[in-house]
Design a protein around this ligand. Structure first.
Ligand code: S3P
Length: 447
C-alpha cells in the first residue's frame, strides 16, 4: 500500500490569511462502521458522505472479499447489498486492513463469530500496534485469536460458530484503556454471542457503534461509559449520512486560528461530544470558534464552524477530556508551539500506540523547529513562542504530517516534511483543499 511510497511536503509561510468556505471529507470512524453494519444487514443500504480514504476503502474491499456487493455510484457514496449476519463468505486470502487500527480491531470481534477462519494483516505501522487489548476480552467470550509475537498483527482468527450455533458467549467487561475500538470489538462479537454482553469504560469514548447498531434496528442499551447488547437479533438495512470528519476539520480550525487576519468557514462538521475536546481546549487557549446553523444530520449533531484568528495562550489540557480529543494531539501540539506560554499534556500515553508514537514524533519534529518541548511518558510540556523553518519527519503518520503542514503556514520559514503518503488514509485531497484556502504546500516524490 501507499505506506511505502515516499511523498514529501514542503509547507511555506502563508502570503495572505486563510479565507473561504470548505468542506472536509466524511468521518473515518463512521464510514468504517457504515460499511460493516450495512454489509451484515438484511437489504440494501446507501451511504452518503463516505470517506473515500485508503483506510475505509480497505474495509470496503475486505467485505467485497467476503462476498458483499458494494457499488460506488460516486466517490462519496456506497450502495451496500447486505448479506445478513450469517451471510459472509469465507475469504480465500488474508484480509488487508492497510493502516487502519479501527478496521482491524472491529473486524477481529466480528470475524470471531463466523463459521470460517480468517487472517487479518496490515501495513508496517499497523503491524506494530497492540492487539492484546482486543484479543483478551474476545478470548473471555470464547474467541480463538492468535497474534504474532508481542501481540501484534497479523491476527489468525478461528471462526467460533458451526451450523449448530455459536461458541461465543456474552461477558461483562470493563476495558482497562479508554478505547472505542476495544468497546466496539467486544460489542460486535456480542452480536454473535449467546446471552448478554456489556462493556463498561473508564472514560466514555465515541459511541458510533452503539448509535449505528440502534439505527440498524439492533436492540441496544447505552449511555456514556456503558453499552449492552445481546445476541440473536438482525440488522435491517438503512441509509447512513456521514458528517464531515471533525479530526480532518481540526487542521483547518488551528490553521485559521493561528494565521492573522483569517476567517474560515468549515461546513457541516460532525460534533459528537466524544470527539470535540479540541474545541474546548482551543477555546480555553483563547480561540474564536463559532458554531453556526447547528442541526442534526444522520443522527449526529453537525454545525458549520466559523473560525477567526485569535492569539493563543498555553494551558493545562484537562486530563478528563483527553479521550475526547485523542486524535487531535498532533495538531494541538502545533497550536501550543505557536501559543504564548507553556501547554501541559498529561494522561495521554495512548498517543504512543497510535499510527506512530505521536508524542515522540511531535516532540522530535517541534524540537527541530526550535520549540522547547519536554517529553513525558504520558504527554509533554510545550513552551510556545518559537516555530522556525526546518526539516521534520512525519514517520508515516497522517495526522503528524498534516499538523506539520499547518506549522509551516505560520513558521518563520519553510518546513519540509518527509513520509507524508499516508495522509491519503484519512484525508485524500488535503493538499488541494489546503492550498485553495491559502496554504502554500507543494508535494513531491510520490508515484
Ligand atoms: C477510533 C477510536 C480511537 C481513535 C481512532 C478511531 C474508532 O482509537 O483514535 O482514530 O473509530 O473507534 P482507540 O479506540 O484506540 O482510542
Amino acid at each position: 500500500m501507499s505506506a511505502t511510497k515516499p511523498l514529501d511536503y514542503s509547507s511555506r509561510p502563508a502570503a495572505s490569511p486563510l479565507t473561504g468556505s470548505i468542506a472536509v471529507p466524511g468521518d473515518k470512524s463512521i464510514s468504517h462502521r457504515a460499511i460493516m453494519f450495512s454489509a451484515l444487514a438484511e437489504g440494501t443500504s446507501r451511504i452518503d458522505g463516505f470517506l473515500e480514504g485508503e483506510d475505509t476503502r480497505a474495509t470496503a474491499a475486505i467485505f467485497a472479499e467476503m462476498g458483499v456487493r458494494i457499488e460506488t455510484p460516486s466517490a462519496s457514496q456506497r450502495i451496500v447489498h447486505g448479506v445478513g449476519l450469517h451471510g459472509l463468505a469465507a475469504p480465500v486470502r488474508a484480509l488487508d486492513c492497510g493502516n487502519a487500527g479501527t478496521g482491524m480491531r472491529l473486524l477481529a470481534g466480528l470475524l470471531a463469530g463466523q463459521r470460517f477462519d480468517s487472517v487479518l494483516t496490515g501495513d508496517a505501522s499497523l503491524s506494530r500496534r497492540p492487539m492484546r487489548r482486543v484479543i483478551e476480552p474476545l478470548a473471555l467470550m470464547g474467541a480463538r485469536i492468535e497474534a504474532a509475537t508481542g501481540g501484534v498483527p497479523p491476527l489468525r482468527i478461528g471462526g467460533r460458530a458451526s451450523l449448530h450455533g455459536t461458541l461465543l458467549h456474552g461477558i461483562r467487561y470493563t476495558a482497562p484503556v479508554a478505547s472505542a475500538q476495544v468497546k466496539s470489538a467486544v460489542l460486535l462479537a456480542g452480536l454473535y454471542a449467546q446471552g448478554e454482553t456489556e462493556v463498561r469504560e473508564i472514560h466514555p469514548t465515541r459511541d458510533y457503534t452503539e448509535r449505528m447498531l440502534a439505527a440498524f434496528g439492533w436492540p441496544i442499551e447505552f449511555e456514556p461509559g456503558r453499552a449492552r447488547v445481546s445476541g440473536g437479533h438482525r440488522l435491517q438495512a438503512t441509509d447512513v449520512v456521514v458528517p464531515a470528519d471533525f479530526s480532518s476539520a481540526a487542521f483547518f480550525i488551528v490553521a485559521a486560528t493561528l494565521l492573522p487576519g483569517s476567517l474560515l468557514l468549515l461546513r457541516a462538521v460532525g460534533l459528537n461530544p466524544r470527539r470535540t475536546g479540541l474545541l474546548d481546549a482551543l477555546r480555553l487557549m483563547g480561540a474564536d470558534i463559532r458554531e453556526l446553523n447547528a442541526r442534526e444530520q444522520g443522527g449526529e449533531r453537525v454545525a458549520d464552524l466559523e473560525v477567526r484568528h485569535a492569539r493563543l495562550r498555553g494551558i493545562e489540557v484537562p486530563v478528563a477530556r483527553v479521550p475526547d480529543m485523542i486524535d487531535e494531539f498532533p495538531i494541538l501540539f502545533i497550536a501550543a508551539a505557536a501559543a504564548e506560554g507553556a501547554t501541559t499534556v498529561r494522561g495521554a500515553a495512548e498517543l504512543r500506540v497510535k499510527e506512530s508514537d505521536r508524542i515522540a514524533v511531535m516532540a522530535k519534529g517541534l524540537a527541530a523547529l526550535g520549540t522547547r518541548i519536554e517529553e513525558t511518558p504520558d504527554g509533554a510540556i510545550i513552551h510556545g513562542g518559537v516555530l522556525q523553518g526546518g526539516r521534520v519527519d512525519s514517520a508515516g503518520d497522517h495526522r503528524c504530517a498534516m499538523s506539520f503542514a499547518v506549522a509551516g503556514l505560520v513558521a518563520r520559514a519553510e518546513i519540509r516534511i518527509s513520509d507524508c503518503a499516508n495522509v491519503a488514509t484519512s484525508f485524500p485531497g488535503f493538499v488541494d483543499i489546503a492550498n485553495a484556502c491559502g496554504f502554500e504546500i507543494s508535494a513531491a516524490g510520490g508515484d
